[in-house]
Design a protein around this ligand. Structure first.
Ligand SMILES: Cc1cc2nc3c(=O)[nH]c(=O)nc-3n(C[C@H](O)[C@H](O)[C@H](O)COP(=O)(O)OP(=O)(O)OC[C@H]3O[C@@H](n4cnc5c(N)ncnc54)[C@H](O)[C@@H]3O)c2cc1C
Length: 527
């Protein structure tokens, strides 16, 4: 009798686990997915031929294993041959291009190499992201504001807040109060829905990498005072080249990757059941024995037994679904975990009001941070610039407006028409799109996109320790582990779980070490 692995969720982690099991073991994976889609948060929605992500998804990993895996599924488009550099949040790595790579004009299963451009929109003006002290920045901010920023930075450097505990103090110590209030406060509070003083300083150390005021000032001085002889012009060019960031992106969005992996899982003998919501997890002794799943189409409940269980469902819901006596402290922690939810409004427009600053063409930004407190929208994606193949009519602009909220907020319950009206009016208010030039729109709601590091998170270790007793249960992925994991981390947790099964290892600490080590290294090097 072949052994079976029951995998809850067909997001990046669940599908990676299934594919790895098929490739490397004789265990049959059965993936249970409550939606009709592949890719979870990393899915791509096809709206009348216009494709939209739940937030643009860059493909970047420090892990060679993940990079190779992605490029085995979707090979890199043909290039000049030689090495190109890709990056993500101040980390970089090379990728090898080949003249023999596939041509995106001829086939769909291909990974593109794209240029990253993102800016901050503040005070109805565009600023570089990450913010750079350039003559243009000074001009847009105004002399006095720049001076105030400079003095407030010097003050923070001379008299830092001792024993910083919250994110506001973290930002002020590194950037000064004025710069924090100008470029960090509004966006961060939109993302998390709480005051920066309620978020721990530790989160800043984990997530704010590579931004350094001293480097910014040095760059400014070099730009302002560089001699105009040949040598300084060359070095200036080198600086500019090093600031160009590229990333990998599937021709038709991240969903393409996960639809292709799902196809291979099916082809290789695995099973993926959609519309299949896991509602109960049955345990016996120290092991999970089966799950109960509700079939969306028929409403029937089925018992599905297995030898191994992988969960990517939110850990809060997993605890609720456990058919076992859960101690009160674990129930309390699970109940108090918090998540940020996400609404994206796709707007198809004839054109944007803003044009490329260096020419008369469309802007080249992939995304724009909206640092304006008088609107609710937090970020804007321009999908044409992620991949030109995301848009059915290349003469139109296809943008995604991102609203961060809680399921309990009024905005979560707005009907589509009201949400679209809000999005259009905010774009017009900001001077980015004329409402009358919007020709079509759609609304996507995705709950639990960001597992929050507040609520009962500080006691998470108690919950995790208790769950260790179920040795054939593997918690993997982002919400599955309540961890701010990107696709690559989510995949690595799945790969490590499969490694452990193959090696007969029961201690799961190496799964939890994924991303934790990286966060540690990054936080220490961010300085
Ligand atoms: C705005 C945003 C931008 C991002 N940008 C990037 C980026 O640029 N690069 C990057 O690498 N990563 C990015 N990420 C992170 C990436 O989306 C996640 O790391 C990844 O999707 C997590 O994969 P997962 O499989 O753990 O979980 P999910 O993607 O959440 O998938 C879980 C799946 O489980 C299903 N499920 C849940 N409960 C049940 C149940 N009871 N029964 C059956 N099925 C269930 C869900 O329907 C879902 O399909 C971004 C995330 C967000 C929110």
């Amino acid at each position: 009798m072949p052994r079976k692995a029951i995998i809850i969720g067909a997001g990046p982690a669940g599908l990676t686990a299934a594919y790895e099991l098929l490739r490397r073991t004789d265990i049959i994976p059965i993936v249970l997915e409550k939606s009709q889609y592949m890719g979870g948060i990393a899915r791509t929605v096809n709206y009348k031929g216009n494709r939209i992500d739940i937030g643009g998804h860059r493909f970047f990993s420090k892990s060679d294993r993940v990079m190779q895996w992605w490029l085995d599924i979707l090979p890199l488009e043909a290039g000049a041959g030689g090495s190109e550099r890709i990056g993500y949040q101040s980390r970089f790595r090379p990728v090898q291009t080949s003249v023999q790579g596939p041509d995106p004009e001829q086939c769909d299963r291909v990974m593109l190499l794209r240029r990253r451009k993102s800016r901050i929109f503040f005070n109805r003006k565009f600023f570089d992201y990450p913010i750079r002290l350039t003559p243009d920045t000074v001009k847009k901010l105004g002399f006095w504001k720049t001076l105030r920023i400079g003095f407030s930075y010097l003050r923070a450097a001379a008299f830092p807040i001792r024993n910083e505990t919250n994110l506001e103090e973290f930002f002020i110590n590194r950037f000064g109060r004025e710069l924090y209030q100008t470029f960090f406060k509004s966006y961060t509070e939109k993302v998390w829905g709480v005051d920066c003083r309620q978020i721990s300083a530790e989160w800043g150390a984990q997530r704010i990498k590579g931004l350094s005021i001293s480097r910014t000032i040095l760059h400014f001085l070099r730009q302002t005072f560089a001699r105009k002889d040949g040598s300084s012009e060359i070095s200036q060019k080198e600086v500019e080249t090093s600031l160009i960031e590229q990333f990998l992106y599937p021709k038709l969005g991240p969903g393409l990757m996960w639809e292709e992996v799902a196809r291979r899982v099916g082809e290789g003998g695995g099973e993926i059941r959609t519309g299949c919501d896991v509602t109960a997890i049955l345990v016996e002794g120290g092991r999970v024995r089966a799950v109960q799943a509700r079939d969306d189409a028929t409403g029937e409940r089925h018992l599905i037994e297995g030898d191994f269980f992988f969960s990517t469902m939110p850990i809060q819901e997993l605890i609720l679904a456990l058919d076992a006596p859960v101690p009160p402290n674990v129930q309390e922690i699970a109940g108090g975990l918090m998540y940020r939810d996400f609404i994206t409004v796709g707007l198809l427009a004839d054109e944007l009001i803003v044009r490329d600053p260096r020419g008369s063409g469309p802007i080249g930004d992939n995304w724009i941070y909206i640092q304006e407190p008088d609107v609710l929208v937090g970020r804007l994606q321009v999908f044409n610039n992620w991949s030109p193949y995301m848009v059915a009519d290349p003469h139109r602009v296809w943008i995604g407006l991102e609203y961060f909220c809680y399921e309990t907020d009024a905005i979560w319950n707005y009907d589509d028409a009201r949400m679209i009206e809000l999005a259009k009016s905010e774009m017009e208010k900001l001077g980015l799109v004329e409402a009358s030039r919007v020709v079509d729109a759609c609304v996507l709601r995705m709950p639990k996109t960001y597992p929050a590091y507040f609520g009962t998170y500080s006691r998470f270790e108690e919950l995790r320790s208790w769950l260790k007793r179920f040795e054939n249960l593997f918690l993997i992925g982002r919400n599955g582990m309540h961890k701010y994991n990107n696709q690559d981390h989510s995949m690595l947790t799945a790969m490590t779980a499969v490694d452990n099964i193959i090696a007969g290892r029961t201690d799961q600490s190496n799964i939890w070490a994924v991303n934790a080590e990286q966060e540690y290294h990054e936080s220490t090097s961010a300085g």
